[in-house]
Design a protein around this ligand. Structure first.
Ligand code: ARG
Length: 459
């Protein structure tokens, strides 16, 4: 029997019931729904809207229902449509008329809004924790590879030598901004919609501040129409997920490249790789590829919710029932991707000699050679041209810059002297970087020290 049956003279068709129902996916909000209802019942009792005894009975029974759901003893029905009406139906079946009083001064519109906010508050904390684990893994690896030299790329062409620690710390910065973004998003999610009614507030003497306190919300949303119609916080959450997935995906792309025979910079552990059903020699970086692929799904979730909300007139519209699928999917996908990525990172083998060898070839010391001439008083633009010609000469000869004889150096510029050889060695190139935030060994140590110092700063 429908809870809203009064105005209707006909039963809904079973196909309409099926189409209308959200219980298939919103049942995972049962804890939040019961938590919200318990707070609401307590508030109704405290305010004398229902009696204290009625409130107590409702609270007690909701606690029992929660336990029964956790023990797998409860079956939800499509007929009761969504998690809210399923739980209310069970409550009323257990305690009769008193159960029917729970929905006084409340609408499913403020109920679902509070459920999603409660759910997302928890999810955000979990994501922050998993992101912190990833940051710790990056920090650990970076500490191990302060001296590991590798090529730095632009346009995927060898550009200037860097260290692996430096490269890892670039990702550290990206993921720590992700954590900051989630923490900002938490601030806007942490606002209470409950007590707004359907859209216009209620006629009862409710206490929304009490509800906020009971449910652990820092603020009460000031406008009831906004409170039931707004899904910005959910869009923002998926947007944070999308950006974090994008960072993961970039990193995965590098791990995929680095584990190819062409790069051979790392080897992903067997426990995070898969084989081919036909080619016996294959070892594939499937986890990294899947994260890259799932990033597309999470972008889809963001686009989906943005589009669901676009064009919705005030206030609640049933379209909003569709918000949960992308929210759940984005949260689940990000959490799983972050966890597997961290494990993969901590178990992969770094082939430091291959990285270092790659850093020695590719004329990545050309900028440093130009800087050498600048130090002898030549304008940078002229130095750039001289070294460009030298690189071309070396390419044709098939040698590296530091394999030129002193005579050859001098033929390009009389300013060259013996110290050029030391100046353009890979390690010298790295060491010579002086600007704040550079790849020099000292700068990377300073970056690590800064990270250490900021530990304990709560996000
Ligand atoms: N199942 C609905 C949702 O997820 C709950 C709110 C329904 N409200 C309504 N007026 N039909 O959005």
């Amino acid at each position: 029997m429908k809870l809203w049956k009064g105005r209707f003279s006909k039963e809904a068709s079973s196909s309409a019931d099926e189409f209308n129902a959200s219980i298939g996916f919103d049942q995972r909000l049962y804890r939040e729904d019961i938590q919200g209802s318990i707070a609401h019942a307590k508030m109704l009792g405290k305010q004398g809207i229902i009696s204290e005894q009625e409130a107590e009975l409702i609270v007690k029974t909701l606690g029992e229902i929660l336990q029964d759901i956790e023990d797998g003893k409860v079956e939800f029905t499509v007929e009761a449509e969504d998690i809210h009406m399923n739980i209310e139906t069970i409550l009323t079946r257990r305690i009769g008329a008193t159960g029917k009083k729970l929905h006084t001064a409340r609408s499913r519109n403020d109920q679902i809004a509070v459920d999603i906010r409660l759910y997302l508050k928890k999810e955000i904390s979990t994501v922050e924790r998993i992101l912190t684990e990833l940051l710790e893994a990056l920090e650990k690896l970076a500490k191990e590879h302060v001296e590991t030299v590798m090529p730095g790329y632009t346009h995927l062409q060898r550009a200037q030598p860097v260290t692996l620690a430096y490269h890892l710390l670039a990702y550290y910065q990206m993921f720590s901004r992700d954590r900051e973004r989630f923490s900002d998003c938490l601030g806007r999610t942490d606002r209470l919609p409950l007590g707004s009614g359907a859209l216009a507030g209620t006629t009862y003497n409710t206490d929304r501040d009490f509800l906020a306190e009971e449910l652990g919300f820092s603020h009460v949303l000031p406008n009831a129409m906004d409170a039931v119609a707004d899904r910005d916080f959910a869009i923002e959450f998926i947007s944070c997920c999308s950006i974090a997935m994008m960072h993961l995906s970039r990193f995965c792309e590098e791990l995929i490249l680095w584990s190819s025979a062409e790069f051979s910079f790392i080897e992903i552990d067997d426990s995070f790789s898969t084989g081919s059903s036909i080619m016996p020699q294959k070892k594939n970086p499937d986890m990294a590829e899947l994260i890259r692929g799932k990033t597309g799904r999470v972008y889809g979730d963001l686009m989906s919710l943005l589009t669901i909300c676009k064009g919705l007139p005030m206030a609640y519209n049933k379209d909003l029932q569709e918000d949960k699928l992308p929210v759940f999917d984005a949260a689940d996908t990000l959490k799983a991707s972050l966890s597997i990525f961290t494990e993969m990172l901590l178990t992969m083998k770094v082939k430091t000699e291959n990285m270092e060898r790659a850093a020695k070839y590719g004329y990545m010391n050309a900028t440093d050679a130009a800087d050498y001439l600048v130090s002898k008083g030549l304008p940078f633009r002229d130095c750039h041209e001289i070294i460009g010609k030298m690189v071309l000469y070396c390419i044709n000869k098939g040698i590296a810059l530091d394999e030129l004889s002193m005579e050859e150096f001098k033929s390009f510029s009389p300013e060259f002297s013996d110290d050029i050889y030391d100046c353009i060695s890979v390690r010298s190139c790295i060491k010579a970087k002086k600007s704040k935030g550079s790849t020099s060994f000292d700068s990377v140590r300073a970056q690590l020290a800064e990270i250490d110092k900021n530990k304990g700063v709560s996000y």
